[in-house]
Design a protein around this ligand. Structure first.
Ligand code: GP9
Ligand code: MN
Length: 662
């Protein structure tokens, strides 16, 4: 025993020993905390390995600062840095216990953010055993205080210090490249903070977040209240006068938005080689059934924020950003979104989605958009039979949403985000008897199955809305959020569409997504007006009888005779009712043939102007400087999705309507 102690004693007094010991203890501690304190959803060996590896680079980097110095200062810095890092991790543990999410700099600096909600409850979230999270710091401090380790007398040589920092960077690069192979576009798309922590670690996430936050604050600080003037003049002069056949036809009615995950228009009225329809229910709606209008030339305009970008356009009539999801990057901005507009007109507002609330930063963004309630994964039965990929399958999701929905105070404005028709589309056997396609590409083949499942789920939901007495007093807008089958699947898509190959022109046409609008008492049918996601908010506002002339919006009412049939895309392409401008080449929509580039120029110029203006509004947070008359921005300090929302599923749901409580 004594011998062992002497060996140990000799080891810790080697020049590099204290540093190595601190790094290793800290590394292992962090790993154990990842495993026990957070729910990071580690699915495979690679993710497990990355979770184990990721604390190493940051511990080398931060603790490395201490080895630049010598003697007592080096020792004290070692303890101090280890304490600061441990404290940061511990703060995240406590925060996570309450929010199931990680701390960001914006939540810390915004008094109205999540941190505000935590208030006095911090103490109740702390537990006596939490002291264990500081074990490594305590051990190192004890070794120093009890003089088991003596201060080094000489400085580390420069080469060794350099090697430590280079190793930290190398380990980080390896970590990041492995993470990017497992989860492409991890940093550019920042799906969910849990993902970044899982792949890169809590400390690297903090650095990443600090950089993002600083950049965002700088953009905001540089903006000036006069920046909004030109933009306001532009949007005002482009306002399309509503069509009296539609204006206010839905005044006072409820609103239900349904995001049809990854649904593309080619599938509407498509028949499998044996003649089976994939979406028989939606197909019927295209004939005008149930007072539904179908827009067959409607396009998604999303960027890297996918579903969330579509949500953003639908409710703000602003474009998403060219880099990064606006939900993640600008969740704290001032917006004048549809839920906020309706909320202050007495509407109850609620969003429903069968995935964790932090995905796409929805828990923050929905507050800024004015949603009073957010029913996320917590409100659904997320057991294995009900879930797939990210969350709830559409049928149980809609079934379980119904009782909450029918118990909202009317009129309500709500949004339901479907999920099961999501890449890679495979369905559990028990959920479908629809034959997959046979086009030599399993993703494409499965797409038909899961789109068919979604169609059935919607049919069931329409029936349930009718049973609940809601159907005839509700505007229902259903839209495909973005493409489901990327260009990588175009060989199979050529077979699906019976073409030799998918040309750039055809690929642009494939970006059509369905848009259905059910307006009680208004005759429906298929219309061929060209439009995009940015046009939906002005359309809905007109239907609700709200004049949006003074709002900053880049779309125009799809029913208006003055609607502009020009659809800008984030990559600079533009589609109009006559031309498709793809990669600078202008095609005639009727023939698909190339035509003179000069014909496209005015549209490209206009599209660029709109995108630039929209970026200015978002990056400079310009809506904080301007409010249309009568609009009051939502008070986000009053919105809280963390406590149980005081709404219970309607116990009368499913019984005849006259029994429903009001
Ligand atoms: C996740 C869901 C899917 O909550 O909205 O997102 P996507 O990958 O389609 O953007
Ligand atoms: Mn999506």
């Amino acid at each position: 025993m004594k011998q062992l102690f002497t060996v140990g004693h000799r080891f810790v007094n080697k020049k590099y020993a204290l540093f190595l010991l601190t790094v290793i203890l800290f590394w292992l501690k962090t790993y154990v905390i990842y495993l026990t304190q957070f729910n990071l959803g580690v699915n495979d060996h690679m993710q497990q390995f990355l979770l184990f590896m990721n604390p190493l680079s940051s511990s080398l980097l931060f603790l490395g600062i201490a080895i630049i110095f010598k003697g007592k200062l080096q020792q004290s810095l070692m303890v101090l840095i280890s304490f600061i890092l441990s404290f940061w991790l511990y703060a995240n543990i406590v925060y996570y216990r309450f929010f199931n999410d990680f701390i960001t700099f914006s939540t810390m600096t915004q008094s109205t953010g999540n941190a505000g909600d935590l208030g006095g409850s911090v103490l109740s979230l702390m537990k006596p055993y939490d002291l264990l999270f500081f074990t490594d710091t305590i051990i190192i401090a004890a070794l120093i205080v009890f003089k088991v380790v003596k201060p080094t007398t000489e400085r580390w040589n420069i080469r060794t210090i350099f090697t430590v920092f280079v190793s930290a960077v190398m380990v980080f690069i390896i970590n990041l490249s492995l993470a990017e192979t497992d989860r492409p576009e991890l940093l550019s798309r920042t799906f969910d903070r849990n993902y970044i922590v899982k792949y890169l670690g809590a400390y690297n996430f903090a650095i990443y977040d600090a950089i993002q936050n600083a950049r965002s604050n700088a953009q905001r600080a540089m903006a000036d209240s006069s920046d909004i003037n030109d933009i306001q003049n532009f949007t005002k002069s482009n306002f399309a006068k509503p069509n009296s056949n539609y204006y206010a036809k839905g005044k006072g009615m409820n609103v239900i938005y349904i995001s049809l995950e990854s649904l593309q228009s080619f599938i509407i009225n498509y028949k499998m080689p044996d003649g089976t329809e994939v979406t028989p229910f939606l197909n019927k709606l295209t004939t005008g059934k149930d007072n539904t209008t179908y827009f067959k030339n409607f396009f998604h305009q999303t960027g890297s924020g996918k579903t969330s970008d579509a949500e953003f356009m639908m409710e703000n009539s602003l474009f998403p950003l060219s880099q990064g999801p606006v939900f993640q990057m600008k969740g704290f901005n001032t917006y004048q979104a549809a839920p906020a507009i309706m909320n202050q007109r007495g509407y109850e507002t609620a969003a429903f989605h069968g995935n964790v609330k932090s995905f796409w930063n929805r828990d923050q963004m929905y507050k800024s958009l004015g949603y009073e309630r957010f029913f996320d994964a917590k409100y659904y039965d997320m057991s294995a039979k009900n879930t797939k990929n990210y969350g709830m399958k559409d049928k149980p999701f809609l079934k379980e949403t119904m009782p909450y929905l029918s118990n909202l105070k009317q009129p309500f404005y709500s949004k339901l985000i479907l999920l099961s028709n999501h890449f890679p589309f495979g369905m559990d056997k028990e959920d479908t008897n629809f034959q997959p396609g046979d086009f030599g590409d399993s993703v494409v083949n499965n797409y038909f199955q899961s789109a068919n499942y979604m169609d059935q789920a919607i049919e069931q939901f329409f029936t349930d809305l009718k049973k609940a007495g809601l159907f005839d007093k509700t505007i229902i807008i259903m839209y495909g959020d973005h493409y489901g089958l990327s260009e990588n699947h175009n060989d199979a898509m050529a077979k699906v569409l019976g073409k030799d190959q998918i040309t750039p022109f055809e690929n642009a046409q494939l970006q059509r997504v369905p848009l259905f609008i059910h307006i009680p008492k208004v005759a429906g049918g298929t219309v061929s007006t060209y439009g995009g996601e940015v046009d939906v908010r002005p359309t809905l506002m007109s239907l609700l009888g709200i004049n949006t002339k003074n709002y900053i919006q880049f779309g125009t009412d799809l029913f208006s005779k003055q609607h502009r049939q020009i659809i800008p895309f984030r990559n600079g392409d533009v589609i109009t009712n006559k031309y498709s401008i793809v990669g600078g080449v202008v095609y005639d929509n009727n023939t698909g043939n190339k035509t003179s580039a000069s014909l496209g120029k005015p549209y490209e110029r206009l599209a660029k102007k709109e995108l630039d203006y929209s970026d200015k509004v978002i990056l400079g947070d310009l809506l904080r400087f301007y409010q249309p008359k009568g609009f009051v921005p939502p008070d986000i300090s009053k919105i809280n999705y963390n406590t149980d929302q005081k709404i219970q599923p309607d116990s009368n749901y499913g019984k005849p309507e006259e029994n429903h409580k009001k």
